[in-house]
Write a protein that binds this ligand. Structure first.
Ligand code: PLP
Length: 466
């Protein structure tokens, strides 16, 4: 056939639409994507004919191509991935994982009407914050509480409400950037508060704060250094001393805790600063922390502290712009319920569960993944990969426990037919995507963050990639 004949024998859009496949696709996928995919594949074939790259038309091949195009076009963009990095609170991978139990509550509330802002007893308008206030007060020991969109919003709204046009005293060692362009000096200036820096980068003393106090001081602010540390010749003022100073001068003390844990992790060998409860006890007037870091809940910014200050914050017009939605609120309520019983929290909140896993359980899972993989790989003729279980270390992530390395177990895969970079790339682009890291020519699958329910898909994905 010459080019003209080939071009003339290409099926038309209409013919494909009316074919068995065409009709099936129109039922299963958005029509606009079906049309676009058909046009694209016909155009590609036409161009290939003109370039002499296509000598024979196979409608069957075209249909396979079209289906591929349609599936790509209509795939979800935001989708589950398998986190094999071992980093439990991975900001790029969505931070904390929700349990089925928590999502059950979200479903109950979200799939119908709710008393989100309605007081059932009085039959009048209510406040959305009331639903979690009692729980948060109960768990943290604070007088009052609030949840907003995220911790960045919490810090911002607190500064605006409590310190606009007035001074906030902060240590120079705590003027940090957290990532995603959240920088304390910038947040301060956009909130309208005036930053008053004290001390030096490595050392700030109580007297530095005290000397800086004036009639125009609205707040003493302590900021968690998040994923950054000053080590060596350094000193900062502990929250109880700062709180005492604030009390002496009648100035509220705020602590942006960032991660903030509601359970004591020290018995598990996880040395972090005090829990939220301990910080409240130490006298902090306002404490803010993320919902989706160590707390293990959905994205949110928790504000706990003195009633009088919380009332001031609630009244600020910015609250409307940073308010929490009902899905998040219902997830929070379910997560906080778990915290009423600390053991339940540790066992049923995935973030805590993954952080507190026993070494032998992680090792067991790594061995299970490795043996499944070895078995599958052995069915392929010739050598494909070397697979071993190794001891390694992983991190908490999310700027939560920066200096702490957790002992973990991983499956190290040494691919023999492709490069380790190709393997990493194929896994990342697979379905579901598998996110792993490379360490000295091996691909590391950290068993800490792989859920048992994901092992089948993980093994299949790796096998395909190899
Ligand atoms: C993570 C963090 C924030 C920002 O919290 P988001 O919930 O991500 O908005 C603010 N301050 C500190 C100290 C943090 O660690």
């Amino acid at each position: 056939m010459d080019k003209q004949q080939l071009l003339a024998s290409l099926p038309s859009v209409d013919e494909i639409l009316k074919s068995g496949e065409g009709l099936e696709w129109q039922k299963a996928y958005p029509r606009r994507y079906v049309l676009r995919a058909i046009r694209e594949v016909i155009d590609e074939s036409r161009r290939a004919i003109l370039k002499d790259d296509l000598k024979e038309i196979s409608v069957k091949d075209m249909l396979v191509d079209i289906r591929g195009h349609i599936e790509l076009l209509s795939a979800f963009s935001l989708k589950p991935v398998i986190n094999a990095t071992g980093i439990v609170i991975h900001t790029n991978l969505g931070r904390s994982v929700m349990s089925e139990e928590i999502m059950e509550n979200v479903k109950r509330v979200a799939c119908g009407y709710s008393n989100l802002e309605y007081e059932l007893e009085e039959g009048k308008r209510g406040k959305r914050y009331s639903h979690i206030r009692k729980l948060l007060n109960e768990i943290t020991g604070a007088e009052s509480s609030l949840i907003v969109n995220n911790n960045a919003a919490a810090v911002f709204v607190c500064l605006t409400a409590l310190a606009k046009g007035r001074e906030v005293i902060v240590s120079r060692g705590e003027l940090v950037e957290i990532g995603g362009s959240f920088r304390i000096p910038d947040v301060m200036s956009s909130s309208g508060a005036l930053l008053k820096e004290v001390g030096a980068t490595n050392k700030t003393h109580l007297r530095d704060y005290e000397r800086a106090i004036s009639e125009n001081t609205a707040l003493l602010l302590k900021v968690h250094q998040s994923n950054y540390r000053i080590v060596g010749f350094s000193e900062s003022v502990p929250i109880n001393e700062l709180a005492a100073l604030g009390m002496k001068h009648g100035i509220p003390v705020m602590f942006d805790l960032g991660s903030g844990s509601l359970v004591d992790l020290k018995p598990y060998g996880i040395q972090i600063e005090p829990t939220v409860q301990e910080i409240i006890k130490a006298g902090a007037d306002i404490v803010t922390f993320s919902g989706d870091k160590l707390l293990g809940g959905p994205q949110g910014g928790v504000i706990v502290g003195k009633s009088e200050l919380i009332e001031n914050i609630v009244k600020n017009p910015l609250m409307r712009a940073v308010r929490i939605d009902k899905l998040t609120l219902s997830a929070f309520e379910a997560v906080l319920m778990c915290y009423l019983d600390e053991d339940k929290a540790k066992g049923s909140i995935p973030t805590l569960e993954m952080l507190l896993q026993r070494h032998m359980d992680i090792k067991e899972r790594a061995k299970r993944i490795a043996s499944r993989l070895k078995k599958e790989v052995s069915r392929i003729p010739g050598d494909v990969a070397e697979i071993d279980v190794i001891e390694d270390s992983s991190q908490a992530g999310g700027g939560s426990l920066p200096e702490i390395e957790f002992k973990t177990y991983a499956v190290a895969i040494n691919p023999l037919r492709i490069s380790v970079n190709t393997l990493e790339e194929r896994l990342r682009q697979g379905n579901p995507p598998i996110i792993a890291r490379i360490k000295s020519d091996a691909l590391i699958i950290d068993a800490r963050t792989v859920r048992n329910s994901e092992i089948d898909a993980l093994v299949k994905g790796i096998l395909n990639a190899l």
